[in-house]
Design a protein around this ligand. Structure first.
Ligand SMILES: *Cc1c(COP(=O)(O)O)cnc(C)c1O
Length: 396
């Protein structure tokens, strides 16, 4: 990743179809569009690929999360259990729904710990929203069992894990809805875009309406469409969807390349028994967009991250100090700084995020380094990278 590394004639052709007809809107204009339905094509192909009944393509991964929450009936005052290690958008979407993010610890899978989730359930809990971080899965079978037993809605933030699977089943298909991002730096990209998948027709209908001002999309006269619910505009344009259509058709090639490159780096790491790989519940379903490993302690992790950068091994992330992916650097979220007055149920029920005890997550994140697996690496570049990494790891 990211998918933009392999842009080519395929993306260009799809975009030109749209420019040639002048139809940038994903709905209507049946005559003018000359058979080109980019968003609809993407939806059909992604649903088929992942084995989902329905797919809705929208403006971003963040909006996919907002749409999914609304379509699953999660709203004012509902508690949603989330991990503290994610892209901040997961939390934003819950807050925007008027729901309350409740943080539970992650474990060495770098995703929600099912036991911690069980411990965070209260009578107000409505949903669990695990994030399949850095290309690989949460303990999704255990989380699904827990949600079934406790009568909770399971939703998946699979924004970083398109194409991943657990025991042969696509990530995003375990919950009531699964969300994906196709933003500029994701595994495949639309420029900006996102999608949700579901097997539940009512969830799909609600999502499709909510994302487009409540339109029921019945018939082919937009002006005459009904509105069952209040919605917003989270539509994707046909230009963005066109890029996505070409990218989606490259997903298998992308995953294959990433897996091959990652396997070679992992083989080298076997020489360093004190370094632990992130736990991946089903390694065969890893998308291999990232290689994440845990150093013996925080000091070594910091030092190694610094030395990798100094040695020219780029694309390494020390998330613990990162402004966007871990709660430690989210004072605006912890203090709920907002541009306008917060909804009343949020003001009244929000937990004291400043006194959260996330020691287990801190201990894990403090030791973790993730490396981006790039599509553009030549064989020689990968070899050089592996040699440089080994030198740094021997020293630190
Ligand atoms: C990228 C991302 C999002 C948001 O997607 P956008 O398309 O950038 O809005 C949400 N959650 C996670 C885990 C992400 O990585």
């Amino acid at each position: 990743m990211p998918g933009f590394e392999i842009f080519g004639d395929e993306e260009r052709r799809e975009v030109l179809d749209v420019l040639d007809t002048g139809v940038l809107m994903r709905y209507g204009f049946d005559q003018a569009r000359q058979g080109h339905w980019k968003a609809k094509t993407f939806e059909k192909e992604l649903a088929e690929k992942l084995g989902a009944q329905y797919c809705h393509l929208c403006a971003s991964g963040t909006s996919a999360l907002s749409i999914a929450l609304a379509a699953c009936g999660i709203g004012a005052g509902d508690e949603v259990i989330v991990p503290p290690f994610t892209f901040v958008a997961t939390i934003e979407a819950v807050l925007a729904a008027g729901a309350i993010p409740v943080f539970a610890d992650i474990d060495e899978s770098l995703c929600l710990d099912p036991e911690a989730v069980a411990g965070a359930i209260t009578p107000r809990t409505r949903a669990v929203l695990p994030v399949h971080m850095c290309g690989a899965m949460a303990r999704i079978d255990q989380l699904a069992d827990l949600c079934r037993e406790r009568g909770l809605v399971l939703m998946e933030d699979a924004c970083q894990a398109v194409g991943g699977s657990y025991q042969g089943r696509a990530l995003g298909t375990f919950g009531k809805a699964g969300c994906f991002s196709f933003d500029p730096v994701k595994t495949i990209t639309c420029g900006e875009g996102g999608a949700l998948i579901t097997d539940d027709e009512a969830v799909y209908r609600a999502a499709d309406a909510f994302a487009d001002h409540g339109h029921d999309h019945a018939g082919n006269d937009r002006g005459l469409e009904g509105h069952a619910i209040v919605g917003l505009n989270f539509r994707i344009s046909e230009l963005n969807a066109a890029v996505g259509v070409a990218q989606l058709r490259k997903l298998d090639v992308i995953l294959e390349k990433q897996r091959a490159a990652k396997a070679r780096i992992v083989a080298m790491l076997a020489d360093f028994p004190e370094i632990a790989l992130r736990e991946i519940p089903d390694p065969a379903g890893d998308t291999a967009t990232f290689l994440s490993f845990l150093m013996p302690d925080e000091g070594r992790a910091r030092q190694t991250a610094k030395q990798l950068a100094a040695a020219g091994v780029d694309g390494c992330f020390y998330w613990y100090d990162n402004n966007w992916h871990y709660i430690r650097q989210w004072p605006h979220i912890r203090q709920l700084k907002s541009a306008a007055r917060l909804p009343i149920h949020l003001q009244e029920n929000i937990p004291d995020y400043e006194s959260l005890d996330l020691r287990r997550s801190d201990a894990i994140m403090g030791r973790t380094i993730s490396m981006l697996i790039k599509l553009g690496w030549s064989d020689a570049e990968l070899e050089t990278r592996i040699e440089k990494m080994a030198q740094v790891l021997k020293r630190t």
